[in-house]
Design a protein around this ligand. Structure first.
Ligand SMILES: C[S@@+](CC[C@H](N)C(=O)[O-])C[C@H]1O[C@@H](n2cnc3c(N)ncnc32)[C@H](O)[C@@H]1O
Length: 272
């Protein structure tokens, strides 16, 4: 396994986090409505909580077109309200200084008896993750692509988040294979993968790799995908999405494009 340079702290609370985490709040609400215990795996967990005033977040100030707009919007659509509520809770109701990542959102949504395991490859980040989780989840230092399919309960309500850094092209096929392995282990699981949108060929190839796995896709394109060197948007591929999620995703993507989109921005919620 190659060393990871990626640090999510540079991007915390940006437009892509809003898409992913707003969708995650809906998946979690669905999960905890079902009789437990639930099993949750998070393949690429990161630190769990990010300081928006820290040097890394201040470098490109990506949160300004993301969570800071979200928390300042007096007309926030209901689809984004659960995320806004979580951000308020992470900040004890005060000014928005901290941004909650997937481990914080998941661990705080769980009922007693539900089981959450999060993987993080970098030892320094895994130590932060362990501190954020406390007793509300298990942090494992290692490769989440390999660990998550083995760890998820084979039966019962289950949720998997696959959120690779995509520093390496290999993360696309590995994400597709991990989705399939998780669904082989528990066909009733809901699995959400996050992907960057750079060019259409790469994304199409990813969807092709999924073969017969039916997914709901949400794309938020900030601009036309003409320069593949840029992150031009992001996408979610969700297997086992519940009824009603499409409507929530439409509202989430529309808000994000309003907040961060450029000329030619568009969103698309569809089933390949
Ligand atoms: C996009 S960030 C995760 C953000 C997090 N899921 C969230 O929503 O708050 C990706 C993280 O995965 C870690 N990582 C990279 N490759 C990994 C692997 N194979 N297994 C586990 N973690 C990995 C990186 O160190 C980084 O912290």
């Amino acid at each position: 396994m190659r060393a990871v340079n990626y640090r999510h702290a540079f991007h915390a609370g940006n437009f892509a986090d809003i898409v992913k985490h707003a969708a995650l709040t809906h998946l979690l609400a669905d999960l905890v409505r079902r009789p437990g215990p639930a099993s949750i795996v998070d393949t690429h967990a990161g630190a769990g909580l990010y300081d928006l005033q820290g040097a890394e977040a201040q470098k490109a100030r990506e949160a300004e077109k993301g969570v800071l707009k979200l928390m300042g919007d007096p007309d926030l659509p209901p689809a984004l309200a659960p995320l806004a509520q979580a951000v308020r809770a992470a900040n004890d109701g005060g000014a928005t200084r901290l941004y909650p990542g997937s481990p914080w959102l998941i661990s705080r949504a769980l009922r007693s008896g539900d089981r959450y395991t999060a993987w993080e490859l970098r030892p320094d980040i895994c130590a932060d993750l362990r501190r954020v989780l406390g007793k509300q989840g298990r942090a494992v230092e290692g490769d989440g692509f390999a660990g998550a399919p083995r760890e998820l309960a084979a039966k019962g309500p289950a949720l998997a988040l696959i959120d690779a850094p995509f520093e390496q092209g290999e993360d696309y096929p590995r994400t597709a294979r991990a989705m399939q392995a998780i669904l082989r282990r528990n066909p009733a699981a809901t699995v959400m993968a996050w992907l960057p949108l750079k060019d259409l060929d790469t994304f199409d190839r990813f969807l092709g790799d999924l073969e017969d796995t039916p997914v709901l896709v949400a794309e938020a394109r900030l601009r036309p995908l003409t320069d593949p060197m840029k992150m031009n948007g992001c996408a979610l591929a969700i297997a086992g999405a519940s009824d009603g999620l499409e409507t929530q995703l439409e509202a989430i993507c529309a808000w994000v494009l309003e907040a961060a989109g450029e000329a030619g921005a568009r969103s698309r919620i569809w089933r390949p």
